[in-house]
Design a protein around this ligand. Structure first.
Ligand code: BGC
Length: 414
């Protein structure tokens, strides 16, 4: 039998011998475009100033599809990253599997419940437990335009679908690319989000893309949506297939193309190229969707990690929720803060509009999760939509076939 003193000495020796794990976070994300990388740097530097080493794990691919595949492999092999950028329903899936950490103590100390809107908290919390730190709110129903080009062609901001199509025709006649687009399923679904909102309004959007009601999915309204997608298809250039979203944005930045329908991460690319809103580029809501905000929020989900890795994980979560960080980061990223207590003054014209629109939509009940960005339905359903939308956009289905396919694909994925 060892004496108490002996046991204490052994314990002390262990403490001295066991090397303290260096404060480090490994972060999986898909922010690889210029504007995205610039925004991420704000977070990296913030942590490095606190003595936390940042291990970067970038996996390119908008919407995060490829990143989620890599994540599955990491968790399956028992080695999850510290934190993972994630959207909507994917967060819930990982929470259901019990793979995520508990941030409640940190959240309570810092009153997260009071400053994060309910629509975002719905995904940051699972069964009353905080599991993720929301960095921002993006929205997809935006159009980005090259201002000098529009001025040159005498085109004003289109307020209706008819005006938008007339503007696209004008650009086409002048020999420029009317619509900068990257032919990837998630990008086509991003356009689809706006066209559904324009055509059917918020109620229809909810019925069809969130509640997945068969009646809405096979309605004349949905057929009209696909017909409008066909119209937009006429205005993309011949090389659109497979193009990354930021390369499509570059076409607008350079003045080769007039418009891009894309989430406000596109603004990050304009800013990163030294361009200014209302001088070099315009941001405006997709015509007919001015009252609604189709949102998504990038959240950093904290995974179950070893006990000694938790302090750095909490530092990361705390840094993301810091008001000064939310200002600095979102000014660069193109999104708006997830926190409601941030003044609009520090933001440019597009950012201020984004913040005002968000507040208005939250009050009016028109703040609605984006299907294309994982906030409308779980991944299997989202992917079923992606497949049909893309096949139709590429002429494999006419609009009648598309609604039939949609109905059966969604039913199978539910
Ligand atoms: C994310 C954005 C990102 C965009 C393109 C979206 O799903 O929410 O943060 O910039 O994909 O990569």
């Amino acid at each position: 039998m060892r004496t108490i003193i002996e046991r204490c000495l052994v314990g002390l020796a262990l403490i001295v011998v066991a090397p303290a794990r260096a404060a480090e976070v490994e972060v999986l994300h898909w922010w690889t475009a210029g504007g995205e990388a610039a925004a991420l740097k704000v977070l990296k530097q913030n942590l490095e100033r606190q003595g936390v080493t940042w291990r970067d794990m970038p996996v390119a691919g908008g919407g995060g599809t490829q990143a989620m595949t890599v994540l599955r492999a990491r968790v399956t092999s028992g080695n999850p990253p510290t934190a993972v950028q994630m959207l909507g329903f994917d967060i819930r899936d990982w929470a259901q599997l019990g793979a995520v950490a508990d941030l409640n103590a940190l959240a309570e100390r810092n009153h997260w419940n009071d400053v994060i809107p309910a629509a975002i908290r719905e995904f940051s919390q699972y069964r009353g437990r905080w599991i993720a730190a929301p960095a921002n709110v993006h929205s997809v129903n935006w159009i980005w335009a090259n201002k000098p080009l529009l001025d040159q062609f005498g085109i004003g901001v289109p307020k209706t679908w008819t005006e938008f199509v007339a503007a696209l025709d004008k650009v086409k006649a002048a020999g420029k690319i009317p619509l900068a687009h990257g032919g990837q399923p998630w990008q086509e679904a991003t356009i689809f989000d706006s066209v559904v909102m324009l055509t059917g309004g918020p109620e229809f959007y909810r019925d069809a893309l969130i509640k997945l009601e068969p009646k809405a999915l096979q309605s004349a309204m949905m057929r009209a949506v696909f017909e409008r997608m066909k119209v937009l298809r006429r205005y993309v250039d011949a090389n659109f297939s497979g193009r990354d979203w930021n390369l499509a944005t570059a076409l607008v930045i350079k003045g080769d193309a007039a418009f891009q329908i894309m989430g406000d991460w596109a603004k990050g690319e304009f800013l990163n190229a030294g361009k200014q809103p209302n001088i070099d580029f315009l941001c405006f809501r997709f015509p007919g969707t001015q009252d609604a905000v189709i949102f998504n929020s990038d959240q950093f989900v904290m995974f179950n990690v070893a006990r000694d890795a938790r302090p750095a994980q909490e530092q990361l979560a705390h840094a993301i929720m810091d008001p000064q960080f939310q200002i600095a980061f979102n000014r660069v990223k193109g999104s708006v803060p997830a926190r409601l207590d941030i003044p609009v003054e520090g933001f440019d014209a597009c950012g201020q509009q984004g913040m005002r629109d968000l507040a208005h939509a939250a009050r009016a009940g028109t703040l609605i999760g984006s299907l294309s960005q994982g906030h409308g339905a779980p991944a299997a359903v989202k992917n079923a939509f992606y497949d049909v939308i893309t096949a139709h956009f590429n002429g494999e289905y006419d609009s009648d076939e598309a609604i039939e396919e949609l109905l059966s694909a969604v039913a199978a994925a539910k």
